[in-house]
Design a binder for this molecule. Structure first.
Ligand SMILES: NC(=O)c1ccc[n+]([C@@H]2O[C@H](COP(=O)([O-])OP(=O)(O)OC[C@H]3O[C@@H](n4cnc5c(N)ncnc54)[C@H](OP(=O)(O)O)[C@@H]3O)[C@@H](O)[C@H]2O)c1
Length: 254
């Protein structure tokens, strides 16, 4: 029996970083709404379980740090006639850092997954989307990319880089007839934030995060940031002069 038509404006959605947390919730939300969802991450077993539970989900495992593997995945998608209408780059890692020590390997790993992984996907995918003349691409950054935060020494710069990348690309992507969004979540309860030993304000569930992302993407917002009260506080903090800003940060860590 054929599946009913999708209730979303996208027939095919590609979620990269779909095996757990926010990406899993978003992939399942889109699949439940009838889209064909290509689900990617390294954990093939987790993706297979998702596909077994929902016939709309197509597993396509690979590691975003491997540029050749990303290229192969894009080629496979094209061969299977599944060029996505919406692509969500959601793959990410986070390790809290305490103290002044800068561990180059740890910092490089964050950049490799959180930033260069997105660059590999854009490199492989954008030519095909531009040739078709349509497609919405959304990159998941973070509110922690707004400015430097304690413990986010390795993570924050990778997310700041993603936000800057989106701001830089936006006008060219518009001119090419595509859509681009940057998603900046606050704290979401996943295995990633389970590592935090501090009270996380405005914590939301992955399902709630996925819903807010979907609403923003349907509106084609450039920035999709949530939860709103936390976003307002972060945007105000961003305006503070450093003398005040570091006083606020000191209160956060002590
Ligand atoms: N949780 C939060 O509070 C929060 C806040 C702001 C932004 N974010 C961002 O939201 C995104 C999702 O985070 P989450 O909290 O849902 O964490 P999560 O549950 O750990 O999910 C991360 C996803 O990224 C995938 N991934 C990691 N390394 C990968 C690699 N090398 N290649 C391919 N896929 C890879 C993981 O799959 P595999 O391990 O199977 O590869 C998983 O599907 C991340 O970009 C994160 O930075 C999260």
């Amino acid at each position: 029996m054929n599946a009913p038509p999708t209730t979303l404006p996208w027939n095919t959605v590609w979620v990269i970083g779909a095996s757990f947390g926010i990406g899993k919730a978003f992939a399942e939300l889109c699949a439940d709404r009838g889209a064909t969802v290509i689900a990617s991450a390294r954990s093939a077993e987790a993706l297979d379980e998702m596909a077994a539970a929902n016939g709309q989900i197509v597993p396509l495992p690979f590691d975003v740090t491997d540029a050749a593997a990303v290229g192969k995945a894009v080629a496979e998608i094209q061969n299977r006639n599944l060029l996505p209408d919406l692509t969500l780059y959601n793959a990410g890692i986070y390790e809290p850092v305490t103290g002044w020590r800068v561990d180059a390997d740890l910092f490089a790993r964050h950049m490799a997954v959180n930033y260069m992984g997105a660059v590999h996907v854009l490199d492989g995918l954008l030519p095909a989307l531009v040739a078709r003349g349509s497609g919405h691409v959304a990159l998941v950054a973070s509110l922690s990319g707004y400015f430097g935060l304690p413990k986010a020494t390795a993570y924050g710069p990778s997310k700041a880089a993603l936000i800057s990348l989106c701001e830089s690309l936006k006008l060219e992507i518009d001119a090419a007839g595509l859509d681009l969004s940057v998603v900046n979540p606050g704290f979401v309860e996943t295995r990633l934030t389970d590592k935090n030993d501090f009270k996380m304000p405005y914590l939301v569930s992955p399902e709630d995060a996925a819903r807010q992302m979907l609403e923003g993407l349907l509106r084609k917002d450039f920035e999709i940031a949530f939860p709103k009260p936390f976003v307002r506080r972060m945007k105000l903090t961003r305006l503070l002069p450093y003398s005040l800003y570091f006083k606020v940060m000191k209160r956060l860590v002590s």
